[in-house]
Design a protein around this ligand. Structure first.
Ligand code: AMP
Length: 281
């Protein structure tokens, strides 16, 4: 079912909770693809009913052009979700339902996890993400909330957010769904031509190469080999490639044996910005 007002949603959730149902929330910005559906299906392994919110959050775009260009296709999204699982509640609030009159981001102290990579290249983005999720958690009051590892920095941020705000939500990460060529499914892929989709598979090739090299090479050697790889491919412009421990997300120069590391990439193909990451050890 589709619900767009907070009161109707809250009545529905209260009723489900009275019947001891476990409620999951999957926040999205719409333009849904197979990656979103895999996240929803992952959530159904833990929950009786999954609420999928579709809300293009204005405060997380640091570039108003990007906000305008963000693809929107509610009818298609709704059909996808309901044919995937008819129990799903599709929550489509207006800006007013989420923000009231005050459409602005709060200032959070998320510490080091937002200082680099996405936090560095998209100023203000994570405060916008934190603000909208704090509000969605307060409106929906789910038992659990699900986020893709595709946006790994965001996943770590949400864990920190519920700690800071003391919201009683369990945050669970779900693996990244990829196309057969390795490219992570993303709403932004809709803006690529088939030839560009092929070219963009370089992002996953680079991450895989970093994983293969991880045990035998230094982080600097890995970084320069990935930079060389991108220099050979003119259609893609590398914004950053970093290796960082998952606990701090501070880009590392050297490896410590007891830490878990991931590689992180952001790259442009024309004006389409793509991000991805992969566990290295
Ligand atoms: P978005 O609509 O882009 O804000 O994404 C909504 C949720 O879907 C986020 O938690 C993303 O991390 C997740 N997501 C996006 N792409 C994928 C993917 N390829 N595989 C799994 N989850 C994804």
């Amino acid at each position: 079912m589709n619900i767009s007002t907070n009161t109707a949603l809250q009545e529905q959730i209260q009723d489900l909770k009275a019947h001891k149902k476990i409620i999951g929330l999957v926040p999205t910005m719409g333009a849904l693809h197979e990656g979103h559906l895999s996240l929803v299906n992952f959530a159904y392994q833990y929950c009786d009913v999954v609420v999928v919110s579709i809300f293009v959050n204005p405060t997380q775009f640091n570039n108003s052009g990007d906000l305008e260009k963000y693809p929107r296709n509610f009818e298609k999204d709704y059909q996808l979700l309901i044919s995937n699982n008819p129990k799903t509640i599709v929550y489509t609030p207006s800006i007013n339902h989420v923000y009231g009159e005050d459409v602005k981001a709060e200032d959070f102290d998320f510490g080091s996890i937002v200082s680099y990579m996405e936090g560095q290249y998209r100023q203000g983005h994570f405060n916008g993400v934190g603000t909208v999720l704090k509000r969605l958690f307060a409106i929906v009051k789910p038992h659990k909330a699900f986020f893709g590892e595709k946006d790994f920095q965001q996943l770590q941020l949400v864990k920190k957010l519920v700690e800071i705000t003391q919201q009683p939500v369990e945050v669970i990460g779900s693996p990244t769904l990829r196309m057969s060529n390795g490219l992570a499914e993303s709403s932004r892929n809709y803006r690529l031509t088939p030839a560009e989709v092929e070219e963009a598979s370089l992002i996953y090739k680079a991450l895989s190469q970093a994983k293969t090299m991880f045990n035998d090479f230094s982080i600097n050697e890995i970084k320069s080999s990935i930079q060389d790889l991108f220099e050979d491919h003119q259609l893609l412009e590398l914004e950053y490639f970093e290796v960082a421990p998952t606990s701090t997300l501070i880009p590392a120069q050297t490896k410590k044996t007891h830490l878990n590391y991931r590689a992180f990439i952001a790259a442009y193909i024309r004006d389409v910005r793509l991000i991805d990451n992969l566990a290295l050890n």
